[in-house]
Design a protein around this ligand. Structure first.
Ligand code: CU
Length: 144
């Protein structure tokens, strides 16, 4: 008879005994509570202030069908150039050539509607390309 009792008990997992189950819930509740206390409620990030005095771009380049248009753009020193991505893929506007990047600018345009701006401070010819698609090349001719 003792053996029978033992067998019945052993069918239940250890955690299924009422006492232990309560303990488990208590521990779980405590952990959840700690989690709530430890987490600061996320505050909505303030929208980046858009300055009204921000100069409007003086020249625009569109990126469409894996091409910079116009491919060559001539602007005066100080002009602000804005690139707008019209493709559904990520493009970049990266100064230099694929074999030799320069540190002048590098903008990622993650999708349709994304823009990147650059103001040329010095005269000169600035080649640029898309780091995702090496064949995409452009040129900025900055005149004094
Ligand atoms: Cu690209």
């Amino acid at each position: 008879m003792v053996q029978g009792v033992e067998r019945r008990r052993s069918r239940l997992p250890a955690w299924a005994t009422p006492g232990r189950a309560k303990m488990r819930w208590a521990v779980a509740g405590f952990v959840i509570l700690l989690g709530c206390v430890g987490t600061t409620p996320g505050q909505p990030k303030a929208a980046p202030a858009t300055s009204l005095s921000e100069p409007t771009p003086t020249a625009e380049v569109v990126i469409e069908l894996f091409q910079f248009r116009p491919g060559r753009l001539t602007v005066p020193v100080g002009a602000q150039v804005e690139w707008t991505n019209r493709d559904d893929v990520v493009h970049t506007v990266t100064s230099g050539v694929p074999e030799r990047r320069t540190s002048l600018f590098h903008g990622e345009l993650p999708g349709k509607g994304a823009t990147f701006r650059f103001s040329a401070a010095r005269a000169g010819t600035i080649p640029y390309f898309c780091a995702r698609h090496d064949h995409m090349r452009g040129e900025l001719v900055v005149q004094p």
